[in-house]
Design a binder for this molecule. Structure first.
Ligand code: ZN
Length: 192
């Protein structure tokens, strides 16, 4: 990311909205915002493997389902550059005993969230990356989120949680398995 260019752009934006980038409260703002964007968009141009080691392990006693629930995430909507945030639930059914470390699942969610996007895209990115890393027998991802672009402006309402889901492989074909996953994660209001 071009830190200086972002700083310039933020200065321009402050001017354009009629504020004064030279007033004391704003003097260091462009620099701060540029640093923040570097972090919030750190996945652009990267693959998950650039950021973490997704080493694949082999287990003999294969679990029916590996599931990590209530993974918090924060992202920026690509339409307004305002935050959307919430929780993701991710599960997969291993193929031939191939698994990754459990801590890598929240890492993957974080990776998918760290660039401007849409909740739908974050959902499918998690699915696609897991598929690429593990080729499991099935993947389930659900995300419940709040979008500040819906709450701070426009319809201006709280309590509009947005839900997305994606199921592949055995999660699509095995109703009991999908139900087991969904029942554990009862999506409801996020208490934030
Ligand atoms: Zn938006």
């Amino acid at each position: 990311m071009d830190q200086k260019a972002v700083e310039q752009a933020v200065k321009q934006l402050l001017l354009a909205i009629g504020d004064d980038p030279q007033r004391p409260g704003l003097v260091e703002t462009p620099q701060r915002v540029a640093k923040m964007y570097a972090e919030l968009s750190s996945s652009i141009g990267h693959r998950p493997e650039d950021v973490a080691n997704y080493k694949v392990f082999h287990v003999d006693d294969v679990p029916r389902m590996v599931s990590v629930e209530h993974i918090p995430f924060y992202s920026l909507c690509e339409h307004h550059l305002l935050p959307f945030f919430g929780e993701a639930n991710v599960a997969y059914v291993p193929r031939d005993g191939r698994v990754i470390g459990l801590s890598k699942i929240p890492r993957l969610v974080d990776f998918a969230a760290k660039r401007p996007g849409m909740q739908e895209r974050v959902t499918t990115d998690i699915v696609n990356e897991l598929q690429r890393l593990l080729t499991p027998r099935g993947i389930a991802v659900t995300i419940t989120a709040r979008h500040l672009c819906m709450e701070m402006r426009g319809i201006n309402k709280r309590g509009q949680d947005t839900y997305t889901s994606r199921f592949t492989g055995v999660f699509e074909t095995d109703d009991a398995l999908r139900r087991e996953f969904l029942m554990k994660n009862e999506h409801g209001q996020i208490n934030l």
